[in-house]
Design a protein around this ligand. Structure first.
Ligand SMILES: Cc1cc2nc3c(=O)[nH]c(=O)nc-3n(C[C@H](O)[C@H](O)[C@H](O)COP(=O)(O)O)c2cc1C
Length: 153
């Protein structure tokens, strides 16, 4: 199964998990970037507000065509119990080209259920597998990643 991991990461936590999954699956990966719109304290506040209102935000052009893949794995940090706005943008823009989806999110402690539900709702796709990682999980994420990947395969 040709797989692409698509993720957004403000402080590299989601990036680290995306890279661990990528290593296991030996698949392609695409980072959603936005020129650092949400950097710093003001970025944090803007991000929280935009996410809580379910807004999208501009993203840079992507490299990989999702239509070329059998499965897209979406990764996002939890922002105000929602996906990060750049991920929301990606989903709205490319959803029609996505055949199958799995998703994961990273967070400090909560809001992951709503985030994963929102991804399923916005995409309108049943997720093959989902995973959330709290700060505690992120210290030793191997087991959760293993389960996530087993479900995908
Ligand atoms: C704007 C904003 C809102 C956040 N909201 C939540 C939240 O609702 N629940 C939570 O547990 N963590 C929340 N966090 C923390 C991040 O989800 C967490 O640190 C995540 O692992 C960061 O991933 P990243 O390094 O890939 O950006 C928030 C972070 C930001 C920047």
């Amino acid at each position: 199964m040709k797989t692409l991991i698509v993720y957004y990461s403000r402080t590299n936590v989601t990036k680290k998990i995306a890279e661990m999954i990528q290593k296991e699956l030996d698949c392609d990966v695409e980072e959603i970037t936005d020129g650092g719109k949400y950097k710093g304290k003001i970025g944090y506040m803007k991000g929280g507000m935009n996410a809580s209102m379910g807004r999208t935000s501009d993203i840079n052009p992507i490299d990989k065509n999702p239509a070329d893949y059998d499965l897209i794995i979406i990764g996002t940090p939890v922002w105000a119990s929602n996906m990060a706005p750049p991920v929301h943008t990606y989903l709205l823009k490319y959803n029609s080209q996505i055949k199958n989806m799995a998703s994961f999110c990273t967070c400090i402690s909560g809001g992951y259920e709503k985030t994963l539900e929102k991804i399923a709702e916005v995409s309108g796709k049943q997720q093959i597998s989902t995973m959330f990682l709290t700060s505690k999980d992120i210290e030793n994420p191997e087991e959760k990643i293993k389960t996530f990947i087993t479900e995908i395969k």
